[in-house]
Design a protein around this ligand. Structure first.
Ligand code: S3P
Length: 436
């Protein structure tokens, strides 16, 4: 099935909403719950296709998981050594997080497994995760560095001291998960701070973990104790609404109970540097901080995006590209080459989409220079990338005429119900299904 959106310019963006649960936290809650001792209750779980791929894979390895409601999940922990050999290839769909975290988790099991994914995922680099896992003693085959992955079990893993060549929370997490099955200490050093949901949740599940000068250190063999996880709304999903309400001309939008983990809030800091009017109230200081964001319209200005904020906003660049196109003056984005390895090559796909709407974009290997002004009416293709589709839909509220976004089916990977929620806040979005 393919589908598209058509969005009309908006008079105002207003309302009070919650966005679906955080994708990164939902994957981790399932995985840690599955290898814990006892039952883990997950509230606010994201029932998007990506996390459902993780859920199905764990069920295929014998884990009992009840989904009482879409966002309420109970996982019966199988214990550290309780996963069973899957009878089929594990399909991760579109999800890089599922594939890379499972690579780490499966490297320490006693059975063989195979991981595959859709055409986008099968183009994404996997050596970044296979290499450190091999250093730990794992045997992992790739197809020229890409999926499918064959993970051979019954290896005895040993801890390593590993400096990540790229800032990647997925790779850090894979090494830490494998570290649970390794002899001795596993130490991971990251070149820049990346999201720390794995570290926070491991601690919540009773794992002793030390942080020391940019390093995370974990002793192998530790058992996890089940916990209850309250997943806040996904700031990456909220970001589309932050953009729409900033450029929407009038109205006030409140986003409730959204994750405010400081390793994820780069988008807030960058939008504020651009002049966005955001009021941020932290209401919960838990394993994962959360709160309310109130957004009012503002005149955005072009900026040079500080490179140190890039890893803290890595999933929000589609939104930031569109914000830059609607800002006064030039925005320079650099140090963001990782964007070329996401669900699509986000630098190329965003540049093509913005150009289709009349924006001047100078594409660079590690970013872009965007000349802000207006978005013209037109048609863009998301390249099958959920976040690209939603970023254009959000920015279209401030375009000179209707914008059609093609290839939107993958929005369901991270944001089921996006079109309905958009309409709730006065975004005039029509969805069209085109069959196969
Ligand atoms: C994620 C980490 C990020 C991010 C992805 C989710 C995670 O990827 O882009 O959407 O849940 O760990 P990298 O760690 O590869 O940068």
């Amino acid at each position: 099935m393919t589908s598209s959106y058509t969005v009309q310019p908006a008079q105002q963006i207003a309302g009070r909403v919650r966005v679906p649960g955080d994708k990164s936290i939902s994957h981790r809650a399932l995985m840690l719950g599955a290898i814990a001792d006892g039952d883990t209750a997950i509230n606010g779980f994201l029932a998007g296709e990506d996390c459902l791929a993780t859920l199905s894979a764990l069920r295929a390895m014998g884990v009992t998981i009840a989904q009482d409601e879409a966002s309420t999940v109970r996982v019966r922990g199988a214990g550290l050594r309780g996963l069973q050999a899957p009878q089929q290839v594990l399909d991760m769909g579109n999800s890089g997080t599922a594939m890379r975290l499972f690579a780490g988790l499966l490297a320490g099991q006693s059975f063989d497994s195979q991981l595959t994914g859709d055409s986008s995922l099968c183009q994404r680099p996997m050596n970044r995760v296979a290499e450190p896992l091999r250093l730990m003693g794992a045997e992992i085959d790739t197809r020229d560095g890409k999926p499918p992955l064959q993970v051979r079990g019954a290896r005895s893993l040993h801890g390593i001291d590993y400096r990540l060549p790229v800032a990647s929370a997925q790779v850090k997490s894979a090494v830490l998960l494998a570290g649970l099955y390794a002899d001795g200490d596993t130490r991971v050093v990251e070149p820049a701070v990346t999201r720390d949901h794995t570290e926070r949740m491991l601690k919540q599940f009773g794992v002793r973990l030390r942080r020391d000068a940019g390093a995370v250190i974990l002793a192998g063999g530790q058992r996890l104790t089940a916990s209850s996880v309250d997943v806040p709304g996904d700031l990456s999903s909220a970001a589309f609404f932050l953009l729409a309400a900033s450029v929407g001309g009038a109205g006030e939008l409140q986003i409730e109970h959204v994750g405010l983990n400081p390793t994820r809030t780069g988008v807030l800091r960058i939008l504020e540097l651009m002049g966005a009017d955001l009021q941020i109230e932290e209401c919960r200081k838990d394993a994962e901080p959360a709160g309310r964001i109130t957004v009012r319209p503002a005149e955005l200005q072009g900026i040079r995006v500080p490179p140190e904020l890039v890893p803290l906003a890595i999933d929000e660049f589609p939104v930031l590209f569109v914000a830059a196109a609607l800002a006064q003056g030039e925005t320079q984005i650099s140090g963001a080459a990782e964007l070329r390895h996401k669900e699509s090559d986000r630098i190329a796909v965003m540049a093509a989409g913005l150009r289709a709407l009349g924006v001047q974009v100078d594409e660079r290997p590690d970013g872009a220079v965007i000349r802000g002004g207006t978005l013209q009416r037109g048609v863009v293709d998301s390249g099958g990338d959920h976040r690209v589709a939603m970023a254009f839909a959000a920015g279209a509220v401030a375009a000179a005429g209707p914008v059609t976004i093609r290839n939107t089916a993958n929005v369901a990977t991270s944001f089921p119900g996006f079109a309905g929620l958009a309409r709730e806040v006065d975004i005039a979005l029509e969805e069209h299904d085109h069959g196969n």
